[in-house]
Design a protein around this ligand. Structure first.
Ligand code: SAH
Length: 224
């Protein structure tokens, strides 16, 4: 018989393995193609990253509220951004701006060597930390701070992912990209923004404008 912990992790009813399989099938049909990314989404229990009252919706392909006016990103977008980061090969150090629930963090932690995650709302980050400990994902370090500044002391990074929309690309993040490094970031100040992929080339940066997306805004300064 499975222990209670196992039951919680693998889920029952609307959080069951079959519900999760349907999500993976849908993400595949929507164009996600990196088998490793899909496999990690399949085995990451998204229902543990939302309030119990929303757990039955955790495997819908939609963003959900996590309190403090913030949302857990839509699974498609988590997969899409992760694929873009990984497209040029395996990554050693990845900086994430906007820990939120920690779901994107957990997905990344299973695909790259080390994740550095910055969040401005401390209570969200504390909860995210607990979830990652529970899932035994130990290659993540967290910082409560302002993502506009990145995390200079531990850079440069091979990949940087921003999970909130910035009015413009933060200069500090460009500065903290290693040669060949990739930055995936939604940019814009309206309801709909553009997802950008910026790569640090030998002689400057290349910018690729990708999908129209909807993210909560990247705000200023840390907040207790
Ligand atoms: N990847 C997260 C998305 C959370 S929503 C998830 O799937 O759960 C975006 C997050 O960015 C929020 O938690 C918000 O508090 C955080 N955020 C907004 N502005 C920020 C800033 N300047 N620095 C750090 N985090 C910020």
């Amino acid at each position: 018989m499975r222990g209670q912990d196992d039951m919680q992790r693998s889920g029952i009813g609307m959080t069951s393995q079959r519900t999760r399989e349907r999500l993976i099938q849908r993400l595949y049909e929507e164009g996600l193609s990196n088998a490793r990314v899909l496999e990690v989404i399949r085995r990451t229990p998204r229902h543990l990253f939302v309030d119990e009252a929303l757990a039955h919706r955790a495997y819908e392909d939609t963003a959900l509220p996590i309190g403090h006016n913030q949302t857990i990103s839509q699974p498609y977008m988590v997969g899409r951004m992760t694929e873009l980061l990984l497209a040029a090969g395996p990554l050693d150090k990845v900086l994430e701006i906007g820990t939120g629930s920690g779901y994107q963090t957990a997905v990344l932690a299973q695909l790259v060597e080390r994740v550095f995650s910055v969040e401005r709302i401390q209570v969200l980050q504390d909860r995210a930390k607990e979830r990652l400990v529970e899932l035994k994902l130990r290659n993540v370090v967290f910082r409560w701070g302002d993502g506009w500044e990145g995390w200079n002391a531990l850079g440069p990074y091979n990949g940087i992912i921003v999970t909130a929309a910035a009015a413009q690309v933060p200069q500090a993040l460009l500065d903290q990209l290693a040669p060949g490094g990739r930055l995936v970031i939604p940019v814009g100040s309206g309801d709909v923004q553009q997802l950008l992929l910026i790569i640090r080339e030998e002689d400057g940066f290349s910018r690729h404008i990708l999908d129209a997306v909807r993210f909560v805004p990247l705000l200023n300064g840390p907040l207790a």
